[in-house]
Design a protein around this ligand. Structure first.
Ligand code: PMP
Length: 423
């Protein structure tokens, strides 16, 4: 394989040429929203300039072209995660996908979807198992579902080193467990969770598994059918693609049995004033006008990743992850979250700087051209578990350079002195 050339990769991302306060931009916030390659920007514009129209409707040529582009995009994005096109429904993002899963299971619990859907049914006293490390998007929809059904929430604890306590997980799973939902990679800890083990635990008791693949899809080679999860979600804007698009993957038997969440146009066969019959998946989950140009842009983004190659990207990012870790470990007053020995991880580190609020750290870094995320990163319970309210998070992607990491490290090294912290 050709050697990975980060400088050449950077040429493909127009925004990376800009400056920030007269410094070259060092964008270390890809875990929040990743930058888009020219190929993804161009694909979306080309679609809008040539084929923009309503898909799956109308007999005119533009509508047919748009439908072809939309369905080809589905094939490409499904293929990117090892799935067949009919196993992938478009959503507006991971949050929408997780709400879809929780509300669809809620509809099944309310007796909707007939016999096939009864496998998802939750009764009072049933349990939904999550982890302490979830993004709010994978917590609150389940809190709402628990409130509607009388189910109980349980949470797999996170150990001090950031790994999941799998002994506790084994104890928490019982024949009351009906749903097990968890992140593939936590957006705060960066550690790859043991999906196979969690799926195995869930399978032993017949629980439905829901994987939040937001932070794994941009970095790992995903084969969702091989992982064995029932449902999975991810977001386009974290995967070098557009805002407002994402996907829900489902095992074929699961999607076929799952009732819809949103209802309306485009997801039906026959409608009377009092009843409607629904299309098969994935259209059953795609009510209303879909994010068509965004899907086309996302497909171009994952095709771009395919051209660069997962292995080359993974090797580059693995060395960045170590460089960040070693550098941050060496800075006085810095406490890394999730610094588990030997954990498989992505190039994402959250840390606390003793005596300086994360927001001040973020502003100080910004003034030096380094863009990081600060705050609770939509994971308040996880921060609380570590006795913190906010952290600084630096996250890398395929276009991140060692120099950018070093600039971040240098800035962090100076932050306590700048704010007059003495220790
Ligand atoms: N889950 C995880 C792990 C995330 O990192 C994010 C985005 N921060 C989400 C869910 C929600 O994604 P979106 O805002 O794109 O719906």
């Amino acid at each position: 394989a050709p050697a990975f050339d980060v400088a050449a990769v950077r040429e493909d991302f127009p925004i990376l040429a800009r400056t920030l306060h007269e410094h070259p931009l060092a964008y270390l916030d890809s875990a929040a929203t990743a930058q888009r390659p020219r190929a993804a920007l161009d694909a979306e514009i080309a679609f809008l300039e040539s084929s923009n129209s309503a898909v799956h409707r109308g007999a005119h040529t533009l509508a047919a072209d748009a439908t072809d582009a939309f369905e080809s995009a589905r094939e490409v994005v499904a293929g990117f995660v090892g799935a067949a096109p009919e196993q992938l429904a478009w959503t507006s993002g991971a949050t929408a996908g997780l709400n879809l899963a929780a509300y669809a299971i809620g509809n099944a619990s309310a007796g909707r979807g007939g016999r096939a859907a009864s496998r998802f049914r939750l009764f009072a006293g049933d349990e939904i198992l999550l982890t302490e490390a979830e993004h709010h998007a994978n917590l609150i929809p389940w809190q709402e579902l628990a409130a509607r059904t009388g189910a109980r929430l349980r949470h797999i604890p996170v150990r001090e080193d950031g790994t999941l306590d799998m002994d506790a997980a084994a104890r928490l799973v019982s024949d009351r467990t009906r749903v097990v939902a968890f992140a593939h990679v936590s957006n705060v800890l960066g550690i790859v969770n043991p999906v196979a083990e969690l799926v195995e635990l869930a399978r032993m008791v017949g629980a439905t598994t829901v994987l939040d693949a937001c932070q794994s899809a941009p970095h790992l080679r995903l084969d969702l059918p091989a992982l064995g999860v029932d449902l999975a979600v991810f977001s386009g804007h974290k995967l070098f693609g557009p805002y407002g698009v994402g996907a829900l993957y489902g095992r074929t038997d699961v999607l076929e049995a799952l009732p819809p969440f949103l209802t309306g146009g485009s997801m039906i066969t026959t409608v009377t004033l009092n009843e409607a019959e629904y299309l098969d998946p994935p259209q059953r989950f795609e009510a209303g006008t879909q994010p068509v140009s965004q899907a086309v842009g996302l497909a171009a983004a994952v095709e771009y990743l395919g051209r660069i190659g997962h292995d080359a990207i993974a090797a580059h990012e693995a060395s960045l992850a170590l460089r960040m870790r070693d550098g941050l470990r060496g800075i006085e007053g810095v406490r890394l979250l999730g610094d588990a020995a030997d954990a498989e991880r992505v190039a994402l580190w959250s840390f606390d700087v003793d005596g300086v609020h994360a927001h001040d750290v973020g502003q100080f870094l910004d003034s030096r051209g380094v863009a990081v995320r600060v705050g609770h990163h939509c994971a308040q319970p996880l921060h609380r578990r570590f006795g913190l309210t906010a952290t600084v998070r630096a996250s890398a992607a395929l276009y991140t350079t060692e120099d950018e990491v070093d600039r971040m490290l240098e800035a962090v090294s100076g932050v306590r002195e700048f704010f007059g912290v003495t220790s």
